[in-house]
Design a protein around this ligand. Structure first.
Ligand SMILES: [Zn+2]
Length: 274
């Protein structure tokens, strides 16, 4: 029955309805097309953004690698970065390079140190003074020639005391580094005493100056280089007056771990920077 009624109506409105339907269809198609275009645009934009990010990151990665390589090449050896000059190891097995040079700066009473550590040292002395402790530098940078003089004096002292030359050389080397093997020639080491106690012996550890240094030196990048319990490693007798600049971070780590420079370098697995 219903079908018949429709069949009767259709011929009357059929044309307009068909027109309306086709308009609706066209609109639908148009909308669909617009949506597709928008979607394609969006996808293209996302792809381009992803490609751009990769390109930028890749470029900066390459740039970083090049910079890193340049620093390593300039630093000269064993892959150490440029700021690792402060970990330069000079001991009885590791002499300074023959062509080693350092830019010096004068600090307290005409003493000279590597210019890069001068401010740290000056600040340390100033802050100690503000705490009522007087720190007196008694030895700083020494040229290899000066080290030779000191070493000869030490050898002569033992020879005069009746030792053979070999014995004198061995004894002298325990107290005064062999020329070319002294940390003082790096400009990174200083001997510090106090006006009331200027003797270089283990008694210095009982002074307020030593107590202050023991508590604070690492805050300025300095470490006690030849501790009492490390003589078998450093092969230098206990020297409570000898401090060595290693930089703030390394000094803090060494202090916390209770290790000397030789141990620290082997823990860090870094090469020897001569
Ligand atoms: Zn010293």
């Amino acid at each position: 029955m219903m079908g018949k009624r429709y069949a009767a109506i259709r011929p009357v409105n059929g044309g307009k309805l068909a027109q309306h339907r086709s308009r609706v269809e066209r609109r639908k198609v148009r909308l669909m097309r617009q949506r597709k275009i928008r979607l394609y645009c969006l996808l293209t934009a996302i792809c381009l953004a992803v490609i751009a990010i990769f390109l930028i990151q890749g470029k900066s990665f390459i740039r970083f690698n090049e910079l890193d390589k340049k620093i390593i090449e300039e630093s000269g050896d064993k892959g150490m970065l440029d700021d690792e000059w402060q970990l330069r190891l000079v001991n009885s097995n590791n002499p300074l390079d023959k062509d080693f040079t350092v830019k010096l700066k004068t600090v307290q009473y005409n003493h000279k140190v590597d210019e890069r550590i001068a401010d740290y040292l000056t600040n340390m002395i100033e802050d100690a003074k503000n705490d009522g402790v007087s720190l007196l530098i008694c030895s700083s940078y020494r040229s290899v020639a000066r080290q030779q003089e000191l070493f000869n004096e030490e050898v002569n002292k033992y020879v005069s005391a009746g030792k053979s030359e070999d014995e004198a050389l061995a004894e002298a080397a325990y107290g005064v580094a062999v020329p070319g093997y002294s940390e003082h020639s790096t400009g990174l080491a200083i001997d510090i005493v106090t006006p009331e106690y200027q003797v270089l012996d283990s008694g210095f550890e009982n002074t307020d100056a030593f107590k202050w240094l023991d508590k604070n030196a690492h805050k300025y990048g300095f470490v006690l280089r030849y501790p009492k319990d490390k003589t078998d490693i450093t092969r230098i007798k206990y020297e409570p007056w000898h401090y060595r600049f290693v930089g703030l971070e390394h000094a803090r780590e060494m202090k916390d771990a209770g290790v000397c420079l030789e141990e620290y370098l082997s823990l860090k697995k870094v090469g020897v920077h001569k």
